[in-house]
Design a protein around this ligand. Structure first.
Ligand SMILES: NC(=O)c1ccc[n+]([C@@H]2O[C@H](COP(=O)([O-])OP(=O)(O)OC[C@H]3O[C@@H](n4cnc5c(N)ncnc54)[C@H](OP(=O)(O)O)[C@@H]3O)[C@@H](O)[C@H]2O)c1
Length: 356
C-alpha cells in the first residue's frame, strides 16, 4: 500500500511517500480503507520525537482516521464491508486482555501505524459508526482535537453560562472546538490567534464575542482592555484554555481573574516555561491538566455534529500523495481549522456482507 512514512525522527525531510507492506489483520480487527485523516499538532511531535516517548519505526503518522471497512477478521461481528466508520485512535484494553502487553499504549499514528496511508488496521472496539448526515471528512476531525477539547473544557473547565472564557490558539483544532463548546454553554468567549483574517473567521464561523490578534497585541494587555483589568485588579477571565505553553504559560495565568482556573492539555510552544508562582498563590488560581478523551466523548461529539450543534471547520484537504505538503502546511500555520488528507483505496475482501 502507499503511505507517508517516517523511518527516522527529525524535521520534515524524514517523511517519505512510499510503498510499505500492508499491516497484518488479526483476530478482532478490521482494515479501514482510509477516506479521510485529519492532521494534529501531535503528528509534528511524533515526527520530531519527544523526550521520554519511544516511537517504533518505521511509523505511519496520523491519529484521526475515518473511512470504509475494507476487510474484517472472521470473528468480527456487527459490522459489514463498506460501513463508514471513524476509529477512536486509542485502543483501550484492560491489562489481562491486552494482546500486546509490551506496548503500554496503542495510539494510531504514535505507537501503531496511522492514517496517512491507504489502509489502517484497528480493533473492532475502536470503531464508531458515522451517521449519514455526517461526512467522512468531518468525522475524521473529531477524536484527538475535539475529543481532548471536550474533556478539557466541559469536564475539567467546568464552564458555566456567563463565565468569561479565553481560548489561546483558537484558530487550531483544539481551539476551534473549545470556542464552540464555550459558546454553546453561554459563556462570553474571547479567541486569541495569530492574524486579523483568523480573528475574523472566529467571529464569522463560531460567533465568538471578541478576538485578540496576538501578532498585534499582547494577550495580557488585551485582557485588561476587554475585562477592565487583570488578575488582582478586578478584571480577568474565569477560565483560560491554554494548550500553547511556552511564553503563553505565564501570560495565561496573568489573564485570569482572582480565583480563576487555567486548563491545559498541551505545550505546543514549550513544555518547561518559566512561571511566576506569586500569581498562583496571590490570585488563588487553579491549574488543571487534562489528557485525552473517553471513547464515549467521541461518540457524543459525532452526535453533536449530526445534530448540527458543532461544526468542525476544515481549512484545507490534500490527497494522500500530497500528505507531506499537508503536514508542512500544519507546521507552517497556513490554514485555519483542521487539515484533512483524503484517500480512495478500494475495498479488498469479497467475503462477508457488502453494503454498497
Ligand atoms: N493531551 C491531549 O490529549 C491533547 C490532544 C490534542 C491536542 N493536544 C495539544 O494541543 C495543542 C494544539 O493542538 P492542535 O492539534 O489543535 O494544533 P493546531 O491545529 O496546529 O493549532 C495550534 C494553534 O496554535 C497557534 N500557535 C501559537 N503558537 C504556535 C507555534 N509556536 N507553533 C504552532 N502553532 C502556534 C496557531 O494559531 P495562530 O497561528 O493563529 O497563532 C495554531 O492554529 C498541541 O500542543 C497538542 O499537542 C493535546
Amino acid at each position: 500500500m502507499k503511505a507517508v512514512v517516517i523511518d527516522e525522527q527529525g524535521d520534515v525531510e524524514v517523511m517519505r511517500y512510499r510503498d510499505i507492506e500492508m499491516p497484518v489483520l488479526e483476530s478482532g480487527q478490521v482494515r479501514i480503507a482510509m477516506r479521510a485523516c485529519s492532521l494534529n499538532y501531535h503528528d509534528i511531535f511524533t515526527r520530531r520525537g519527544m523526550p521520554g516517548v519511544r516511537t517504533p519505526l518505521p511509523m505511519i503518522l496520523g491519529c484521526d482516521c475515518a473511512g470504509v471497512i475494507a476487510e474484517m477478521a472472521p470473528d468480527v461481528q456487527g459490522w459489514a464491508l463498506g460501513d463508514r466508520v471513524l476509529a477512536d485512535p486509542i485502543s483501550r484494553f484492560s491489562t489481562h486482555e491486552d494482546p500486546e502487553p509490551s506496548m503500554p499504549i496503542k495510539f494510531l499514528g504514535d505507537t501503531r501505524w496511522g492514517g496517512y496511508a491507504d489502509y489502517v488496521v484497528v480493533w473492532d472496539r475502536q470503531l464508531i459508526r458515522i451517521p449519514e448526515s455526517v461526512s467522512t471528512e468531518v468525522a475524521a476531525c473529531l477524536p484527538v482535537a475535539y475529543g481532548s477539547a471536550y474533556r478539557m473544557v466541559m469536564y475539567h473547565g467546568k464552564i458555566e453560562a456567563g463565565d468569561r472564557v479565553l481560548v489561546l490558539g483558537a484558530s487550531g483544532g483544539v481551539g476551534n472546538c473549545s470556542v464552540q463548546l464555550a459558546k454553546s454553554v453561554g459563556c462570553f468567549v474571547v479567541g486569541a490567534c495569530g492574524s486579523e483574517a483568523r480573528c475574523r473567521q472566529l467571529k464569522d464561523l463560531f460567533g465568538v464575542d471578541e478576538t485578540i490578534n496576538t501578532a498585534e497585541e499582547d494577550v495580557v494587555k488585551a485582557t485588561r482592555r476587554l475585562t477592565g483589568g487583570s488578575l488582582l485588579r478586578g478584571g480577568g477571565f474565569d477560565v483560560v484554555v491554554n494548550s500553547q505553553g511556552g511564553e503563553y504559560w505565564a501570560k495565561g495565568l496573568r489573564c485570569l481573574k482572582a480565583g480563576g482556573r487555567m486548563v491545559t492539555n498541551g505545550a505546543l510552544s514549550g513544555f518547561d516555561p518559566p512561571t511566576d508562582i506569586r500569581y498562583i498563590f496571590q490570585g488563588e488560581l487553579t491549574i488543571q491538566g487534562s489528557n485525552g478523551w473517553q471513547h464515549e466523548d467521541v461518540e457524543n461529539l459525532v452526535g453533536l455534529v449530526a445534530a448540527d450543534k458543532l461544526k468542525p471547520h476544515i481549512g484545507a484537504t490534500y490527497p494522500l500523495e500530497q500528505g507531506i505538503e499537508a503536514h508542512k502546511a500544519l507546521e507552517e500555520r497556513k490554514h485555519f481549522g483542521k487539515i484533512v488528507i483524503t484517500g480512495d483505496a478500494p475495498i479488498l475482501s469479497t467475503t462477508g456482507p457488502h453494503q454498497p
